[in-house]
Every structure is written in C-alpha cells, then in structure tokens.
Design a protein around this ligand. Structure first.
Ligand SMILES: *Cc1c(COP(=O)(O)O)cnc(C)c1O
Length: 221
C-alpha cells in the first residue's frame, strides 16, 4: 500500500527530531484520506475552506484539521468550531475575525503568523517587521480568543538549497526573537511550520516543528 509506505518513510525521517508530520490532503478524496487515517495518521491539512468543511463533515471526528491556505475573513465562521491550527494568518483584520468567531464558539483558536521569507513576490504573508509590530500593538492584546503559537513560512521554489536553508533559518531566528522578546498572554511560541515535499529535509535540519507534506505522501495532484 503506497500511502502507508510513504507515511512510514516520513515517520522514519522525523524520528528523534522535534518535527511533526502534517499530511496535506488538498484535492484528494475522502477515501484516500481514510486510507491514510486507517494506517494511524490523524493530522491533515487543507488549503481551501469549502473543501476543509466538506471533509471534516464526512471523515472521522478525531482527525485534527489544519488550515494552511489563504483565508478570507468572511469564511472564518465555517471552520471556527473545529479547526485545530490556522497556519495562514496574514492580516491583522483576519486575526480579529478569527478572534470574534472563536468567541462565539466559546473557544481559543491557535494561529500561526505566515511570514514572507521567499524571494518571490507572489507569496502571501507578513514581513518580519510587520509581524513584530502586530504583536506589539495594544489592540493585539485584547484578542483573548486567539493564541499565536508560532510562525509559518514557504521558501523560494528553487534548486538552490543554500538559499532555501537561509530562508528557513531566518524564520527560525525570527521565531526565537519573538519567543525571547514578546511577553503576552496570547503569544505562546511553540511551532515553526516550514518544509514541503521538495524541501522538508532542510526544514527538519533547521528546526521545523511541522512539515507540510502533500505530493510525497498522496502522489501528484
Ligand atoms: C500544497 C501545500 C503544501 C504541500 O505541498 P507539496 O509540495 O505537495 O508537499 C504545503 N504548504 C502549503 C501552504 C500548501 O499549499
């Protein structure tokens, strides 16, 4: 069974590291996800809200669902009740909306700040400086129903492994800086979400706590 072999390969890779495996199931059928689930994998990530909600409703309820894609404020309400971690906070206004919806559900939603570490212009996220300012903002402190658990980043799509490593390292350095300098109730720095099918090995070496792996587990999309 190919999926099981692929998962085992990754469990072997992260053994004795601080890294956890996030199986990116976007575009794949509930049946395929169930196949992975039945081998013991219970942590999945999607990048579109509608697809995430549909899969949440169909699949076993002990699955931990992560959102890794761009999130529009008007869609937060659909996932607020069940989402485990939102990796893709890229605006203060989005964080405010997550806080509002979390409050309605009487829970705290864990979030990561998506940081722009790649060279490409098209990638979403905050600059380091913007993210740091956000956490310093007095308005931020009033958000009691969100908790910033760390940062997420995507490296440049390139064969230059030195560049990828430097980008991951810059994210890890920023993580450490926030951890050491920001002392707020709703900031509990624990997670660094970095590394995908093409660059997870470098990410693990650079201290990733979540690698987000799709095609290397489920095959081509
Ligand atoms: C699709 C996606 C991944 C996984 O990509 P693969 O190359 O298939 O491993 C990781 N992170 C984000 C944000 C994604 O959208």
């Amino acid at each position: 069974m190919a999926i099981q072999d692929n998962l085992d390969f990754f469990y072997q890779k992260i053994k004795n590291t601080t890294t956890k495996l996030l199986a990116v199931s976007k575009t794949h059928s509930p049946e395929l996800i169930l196949e992975a689930y039945q081998t013991g994998c219970k942590v999945f990530a999607e990048n579109r809200v509608q697809e995430l909600v549909q899969k949440y409703e169909t699949l076993p309820k002990d699955i931990e669902w992560h959102l890794i894609g761009t999130l529009q404020s008007n869609k937060v309400k659909y996932i607020a009740e069940f989402v485990h971690l939102i990796h893709s906070i890229d605006k203060f206004s989005l964080l405010e909306e997550v806080n509002k919806q979390a409050k309605k559900c009487n829970r705290v939603i864990d979030c990561l700040l998506q940081i722009h570490i790649a060279e490409e212009e098209t990638k979403f996220g905050f600059d380091f400086e913007e993210a740091y300012q956000l956490l310093q903002d007095s308005k931020f402190e009033t958000l009691e129903n969100i908790c910033i658990k760390g940062v997420m980043g995507m490296a440049t799509f390139t064969d230059n492994t030195t560049q990828i490593r430097n980008e991951f390292r810059s994210l890890k350095d920023f993580f450490e800086k926030i951890k050491n300098q920001i002392n707020k109730k709703n900031v509990v720095m624990k997670e660094i979400s970095m590394g995908m099918s093409s660059d997870y090995e470098i990410a693990i070496e650079e201290g990733s706590t979540y690698i987000r792996v799709g095609s290397a587990i489920f095959g081509k999309r």
